[in-house]
Design a protein around this ligand. Structure first.
Ligand code: SAH
Length: 428
């Protein structure tokens, strides 16, 4: 079918924006004008009718995404210019991904002369819906699609958990359909584990289309909302507020400036006092101020993983009054360090479980050993065990009250096992 001398075929992956012509980019409009064949859902094609005259239009007949991609590939190989229409942005839950997947399966590559591909970016629902409710996205954000047509629910739930834990503003795409009513309620439940009930939420239905509807709610009343196939839900982060009917997520200026002047400890144009290079010193200063300093309390106060707090006090060398000190242990040296712990008369092991549980046990140093895949402390019924394969790093920690321990952390930097030399137990 391919003739090398003919003009090459083209696939234009066009995002047409939310729906109103004014929000379609100039390139999107031009791309549709260039196209000889236009493929897309009827609903989208209706949004661009005046541009379709004289073209081959494939709408109703083809409902499956993959069939539409296959058709585009065939037309383009025959030398035609094909526009594949997506709403919003073609790369956001749109046709761009499936198209490249299919083309690459057919050994197509960007340097192929017979078929060229262009992704035409568009205004995605995230942006258009946000614009209608204020400025809810002005900080870190993520999108989660609640559609379980192609994604297992446990994966969706895990992403919602991560979004909640990370305090991201969350835009929920594919929030509901006739068949999917329960999903939005489940998403609400998960996010409520991390966010206050009064967290502002906006539902935007059919943004910039005829049936546009905007609803402002709170996270704890989200289940009462009516969502449809065309609804995007925007859930604020812990700082998002609602005022005068607007949903706003602060950019952070007020924590750095008052009336244009930097607040105490902050400098214009510089990282915050809790910036990347600065926060460890802030953690150490905080420890110095405590009556009963605890590194574990510091990890909670600064909301950092255990190994980050350990690293922060590794820099305490020049600060003799900082109550903790640490040094990283070279993985190649870890076994030798553990052998040294075996020489301690008595060792206390603390195993940290998910959700903050701890198991504490003590035994003679000689009772520290490997059994199969586990590092084990203790004998008989009372023993603490750690899966050796999960140990990804280790630190020596010295601190208040002659505390001296070996800290094992996992790949996320979370505490796995702390082996502490018990003071005053010599000879007992
Ligand atoms: N490619 C599209 C997303 C397709 S997934 C984009 O970038 O916007 C379909 C979902 O997008 C819908 O379920 C809805 O959550 C959202 N969406 C698309 N257009 C919308 C509109 N005009 N108003 C509100 N939400 C919209």
């Amino acid at each position: 079918m391919t003739d090398n001398d003919a003009a090459p075929g083209r696939i234009l992956l066009v995002g047409i924006g939310p729906g109103e012509p004014a929000h379609m980019t100039a390139r999107a409009r031009e791309a549709i004008v260039e196209a000889e064949v236009v493929i897309g859902y009827d609903t989208y094609l209706k949004l661009i009718p005046e541009q379709l005259e004289g073209k081959t239009v494939i709408g109703k007949a083809m409902t499956e995404e993959l069939d539409r991609v296959a058709a585009a590939w065939e037309y383009a190989r025959a030398g035609q210019v094909v526009a594949l229409i997506s709403s919003g942005d073609a790369g956001v839950y749109g046709m761009a991904g499936p198209t490249y997947e299919l083309l690459l399966q057919h050994d197509w590559a960007p340097d192929r002369r017979d078929v060229a591909v262009e992704v035409v970016p568009g205004v995605t629902a995230l942006s258009s819906c946000a614009a209608l409710v204020g400025a809810p996205l002005t900080h870190d954000l993520c999108t989660v699609s609640l559609s379980d047509l192609l994604t297992p629910w446990p994966a969706i739930a895990r992403r919602l958990e991560a979004a909640g834990r990370g305090d991201f503003v969350v835009a929920l795409y594919n929030a509901a359909s006739k068949r999917r009513r329960e999903h939005i309620r489940r998403a609400q439940e998960i996010l409520l584990r991390y966010r206050a009930g009064e967290t502002p939420v906006a539902l935007v239905r059919a943004a910039y289309r005829q049936r546009q509807r905007i609803e402002h709610l709170r996270l704890d009343t989200l289940h009462e909302a009516e969502a449809s196939m065309l609804t995007t839900v925007i859930v604020g982060n812990s700082a998002t507020f609602r005022e005068a009917g607007l949903m706003v997520t602060p950019r952070g200026y007020t924590s750095k400036y008052t009336e244009g002047v930097p607040v105490a400890g902050e400098r214009r144009g510089r990282s915050l006092s809790l910036g990347l290079g600065e926060w460890p010193a802030a953690l150490r200063a905080w420890l110095r101020e405590q009556d009963q300093p605890s590194l574990a309390a510091a990890t909670r106060h600064f909301d950092v993983p255990w190994d980050a707090a350990l690293a922060a006090v590794a820099d305490a060398v020049a600060e003799p009054d900082t109550p903790y000190r640490s040094s990283p242990i070279d993985p190649a040296e870890l076994t030798r360090h553990l052998q040294e712990c075996r020489a301690w008369p008595r060792v206390q092991g603390v195993v940290h479980g998910a959700g903050g549980t701890r198991m504490v046990g003590s035994a003679a140093g000689a009772d520290l050993r490997w059994e199969g895949d586990a590092l084990v402390l203790g004998a008989g019924g009372a023993r603490v065990e750690v899966d050796w394969a999960r140990v990804a790093g280790a630190w020596a920690l010295a601190g208040a009250c002659q505390h001296c321990s070996l800290e094992l952390v996992d790949a996320h930097g979370d505490a796995l096992l702390s082996l502490e030399r018990l003071a005053g137990a010599e000879g007992s």
